[in-house]
Design a binder for this molecule. Structure first.
Ligand code: HEM
Length: 408
């Protein structure tokens, strides 16, 4: 057998990473990649690392000196802005997370259901009209992108008049989350920030003068009531929400629809029973939009592999593969089979675990559930019109286009 490798650049990996994840999990579960990352693929290791206080989410804590111009430039960019909640460790993380969590509780999110339904139905109306006049229905552009964008804009009370630019900016900025980021990407991202930040500043100033009943106004009041949330932290958080709300949920809707279309019995089950919370968890487990995340050990750590102990030094970069962990056969029976009735689907790690567990999980699940249920309720026939192509991304997994053939 050739030694298993972690090479997410390989087109075969992109189309289906699971054979690669399986080989690593079985033969080399604590794998040192060519780039020097420690790649973890077993559920128990990934969950333990994500829940441990011995690791930081802040890759600045990676002790590796670098003369790589890209890493240096990334560092400079990060130093110029306030750190996002995603990259903070306690106690700063605890303070910020407490301030922002109340807008994301399950009951706050459930109250958004009628609005999400309205946005989905409007998007489906437009798509259906286009199909009637001879056009095609393309799920990503027609539904999966506009719905999360409209929802997060409404939650924040942000104008939607510049939707096209915001979409472009957010795509350019998320590219910098990729391990393959290049100098040209960083330059484009700087240009995107140069467009986005004045737009946010303008909206925030306006909301300061005229507070409303929206999340942005409540974040502003947290900022104004002392040193709890700084002006910079506010802007950084809003940028993260735009990004988190776009790219990930878009791909949850796309990946989930594709998974259902490829498993007709499960599609029928969804038609007959709707998509409950457990079914959406199974879709996240099966093909989640976020494939991995990185942690940096703060102290020496160890992993047991058979009778061997692998030591990892502080400052190394540990890549926890959420996609591999969510298909670990020691936790999920027949892991490569989509089973909307799976009893332990909610153990998936698609939203990570521990203190950085996705803040928007309830929102993302609601949007995917409503989008897919309404689509299936409207059309008695939904089929793939074309083979999908996978986006050129490694951290975020999703299809570019999903053309559907539909009939009432
Ligand atoms: C299917 C859609 C989504 C997926 C798969 C997803 C996944 C994740 C993951 C894996 C993390 C943890 C990253 C890490 O530990 O390194 C995370 C964190 C986060 N997510 Fe999501 N996310 C989704 C949608 C959303 C939405 C809709 C929002 C908000 C509008 C959101 C807001 C956040 C925030 C604020 C964090 C940082 C939490 C913290 O650091 O405490 N996410 N998400």
């Amino acid at each position: 057998m050739t030694a298993p490798t972690f090479n997410p650049f390989d087109p075969a990996f992109r189309a289906d990473p699971h054979p690669f994840y399986d080989a690593l999990r079985e033969h080399d579960p604590v794998h040192i990649s060519l780039g020097g990352l420690v790649v973890l693929t077993r559920y128990s290791d990934v969950a333990t690392v994500l829940r441990s206080n011995d690791y930081s989410r802040d890759i600045e804590k990676s002790g590796k000196p670098t003369d790589d111009p890209i890493r240096t430039r990334m560092r400079q960019r990060r130093r110029n802005t306030s750190k996002s909640i995603l990259n903070l460790d306690p106690p700063d993380h605890t303070r910020l997370r407490r301030l922002v969590s109340k807008s994301f509780t399950p009951s706050a999110i459930e109250s958004l259901r009628p609005m999400v339904q309205r946005f989905v139905d409007d998007a489906l109306d437009k798509a259906e009209q286009r199909v009637r006049s001879g056009g095609t229905f393309e799920l990503i552009d027609d539904v999966a992108f506009p719905v999360p964008f409209l929802v997060i804009s409404a939650m924040l009370g942000m104008p939607t008049s510049r939707a096209d630019e915001l979409r472009e900016w957010s795509q350019v900025i998320t590219r910098t989350l990729e391990p393959t980021v290049g100098l040209a990407d960083l330059e484009e991202a700087d240009a995107a920030f140069a467009g986005l930040l004045p737009f946010l500043d303008e909206t925030i100033s306006e909301r300061r003068r005229n507070p409303g009943d929206d999340m942005l106004s409540s974040l502003i009041s947290a900022e104004e009531s002392g040193d709890k949330l700084t002006a910079d932290e506010l802007v950084t958080f809003v940028v993260l929400l735009y990004i988190a709300g776009h790219e990930t949920t878009v791909n949850l809707i796309g990946n989930s629809m594709l998974a259902l279309l490829r498993a007709p019995d499960q599609l029928q089950y969804a038609r007959d029973n709707g998509l409950g919370s457990n079914a959406v968890d199974e879709l996240l487990r099966f093909d989640g939009p976020v494939q991995h995340t990185v942690r940096v050990p703060l102290v020496p750590v160890q992993f047991q592999v058979g009778d061997r102990v692998v030591e990892v030094a502080p400052g190394e970069r540990v890549l926890t593969s959420l996609g591999a962990a969510s298909h670990d056969p020691s936790v999920f029976e027949n892991p490569h089979q989509l089973d909307l009735r799976r009893a332990n689907a909610n153990k998936h790690l698609g939203f990570a675990a521990g203190i950085h567990y996705c803040l928007g999980s309830a929102l993302a699940k609601l949007e995917a559930q409503v989008a897919i249920e309404r689509l299936l309720a409207r059309f008695s026939r939904v089929e793939l019109a074309d083979e999908p192509s996978w986006r050129d991304r490694l951290t975020i997994r999703g299809v570019d286009r999903l053309a559907l053939a539909v009939e009432r």
